[in-house]
Design a protein around this ligand. Sequence first.
Ligand code: NAD
Length: 296
Amino acid sequence: MNFKNVTVAGSGVLGYQIAFQTAFHGFKVSVYDINDDVLNHAKAKFSELSACYKRDINATQEQLDNTFNNLSYHSNLAEAVQDADLVIEAVPEDVAIKTEFYKQLSQVAPAKTVFATNTSTLLPSQFRDLTGRPEKFLALHFANIIWVNNMAEIMGHEQTDKHVFDDLVQFAKAIGMVALPIYKEQPGHLLNSMLVPFLISALDLWIKEVSEPETIDKAWMKSFGSPKGPFAILDIIGINTVYNVAKLNADTNPLMVPLMQKLEVEFINPGHLGMPSGKGFYNYPNPAYESANFLK
Ligand code: NAD
């Protein structure tokens, strides 16, 4: 793995975390976004991230100074990728935006550059023909709060070169991730392939009033020693996202219609959007499931 220069395209929720984590591990990182205002916002968020890295993984000031020295900012794509060994794409989860991005990127990136997409729900094969280098294109999927939830799923498509795939596994490890290779294209990768049906099963129990969210969570937590049950996880994902996913699947899954109605009345309308808003299935900070008495 000879990667030195990495470009992260998109500096939103995940992109700025990927950029910072990569720079923290010694790579030169060009942060690319659509304009300088967005980039300035990302710079401000990097300062907040520094405090998190100190608190959560005992990062030293010297490590953080080096991280900032490794970061540069660009709103011109050709400039951002001119010497990139790897471009990690974290632009919005929108087929039209990603399509346009890969069309532009393929025109300006050097032939050597490997492209990796952080998409959560789309497949690399949807975009490979736009990249001009299908053998150097694959998915590298991170989890939110990357410095703590440090895993990366690596998934190619049928034409991805085996050496490129192996390089990405090495790269993921080099930036402090637990690397999770996936050998067949799979919507949802590993984690979401398991998580989504699990969460839908829990929501089904709630909608049918089989039991209450806290009781359903307790069944899971007590049996497996798990720190969180499905409703705590739904709060972390955010009720807005849960609602949007339900809406997307309403045509194919009949459960989604009553789910949307219940979420609207009990959560969306009163503004209870999960952990980010301070209230969802639980109240934050200090949700009940973290209390010592919850499972007694
Ligand atoms: P986001 O909306 O927070 O950020 C997207 C960023 O891309 C914004 O800064 C936006 O200005 C920028 N952008 C828009 N158009 C662009 C373009 N043409 N070129 C470059 N930048 C552009 O989105 P996000 O949540 O960070 O998600 C980004 C990707 O990461 C998606 O594919 C998503 O599925 C994936 N992902 C998200 C999460 C999550 O928890 N949010 C987790 C894993 C993977």
